[in-house]
Design a protein around this ligand. Sequence first.
Ligand code: ATP
Ligand code: MG
Ligand code: FE
Length: 344
Amino acid sequence: MRVLGIETSCDETGVAIYDSEAGLLGDALYSQIAVHAEYGGVVPELASRDHVRKLLPLVKEVLAEANTTTDQLDAVAYTAGPGLIGALMVGASTGRAMALAWGIPALGVHHMEGHLLAPMLEEQPPEFPFVALLVSGGHTQLVQVDAIGEYSLLGESLDDAAGEAFDKAAKMLGMSYPGGPEIARLAEQGDRSRFRFPRPMTDRPGLDMSFSGLKTYTLNTSNDLRIDGELSAKDQRDIAAAFEDAVVDTLAIKCKRALQQTGFKQLVIAGGVSANQRLRDKLEAMVSKERAQLFYARPRFCTDNGAMIAYAGCQRLAAGQSSDLFIQCQPRWPLDTLEPITKP
Ligand code: ATP
Ligand code: MG
Ligand code: FE
């Protein structure tokens, strides 16, 4: 079974082709970072317009890369939510229209299910059941994953997502959007013992989290150090390190609790922040003590991409599912309301 996947939920246009026998055949990504950089964040209307410009050229590129003609495709999968409604509608209406023209089914895929299943594209995939930490620009959730579509929320951030906190902290330190990777780069050379930021909500039981207080810490610490409004490069590095350590430690403490609570021995991390090396190292150390295993996708498939949507769509198609002709996108769409996969 061969599925074309389309991702347009935010500021990345992603297109890929996944084949249930041969694996990933093609994968193209266009990032709009440059479009939004001068605004310090994603501008929804500009995002939609850029998806319109880039989507069809990317589809052609991927078909060529995958050496695939349209009559070899069995379905088109597109991200149906959650995300920016205008951006979602570009991928959904284009995907639905192409599927109709080619006489094949279309599938509306949940963006976070895509992220969650991205590590399945790697050579040593996890096996169900497992605990997943979804940690991205818009979500920070711990999920019990029993099978595809069988998701129970164990805990989540009550305010900012971890990626959002990374981006906002980066902005306070004078970096451009999205600042997560930049904080990680600076933190590598930072003095990790100079400042200690709190590990929010770790002193009480439970799996919920909070990251917005760390922004205030970042702001106050940097304001105390500014001379004539300027922060020295060393101060910037040391604050980045303190911020990163606080987020990473907090996530690791919550992941450990989730493993202990479920008794599961596999932890999957997915979403943009799962590309963070410090987080991977910290979790690697934690799971080995717990006699558990850690799984994640290659960095390209941690952030938004078409491959995860093609993969998720292919699994649902194989289970006999598809969407009807009605194009429906959901800007908000809780993961635990998804349909489970029931084999036909
Ligand atoms: P969602 O998936 O919740 O809808 P999104 O699609 O915007 O949100 P992703 O594309 O999965 O989020 O991830 C982007 C986020 O990941 C950004 O906040 C970015 O700063 C963060 N990020 C990417 N790489 C790193 C890194 N190495 N360290 C920390 N954060 C990172
Ligand atoms: Mg993005
Ligand atoms: Fe995402």
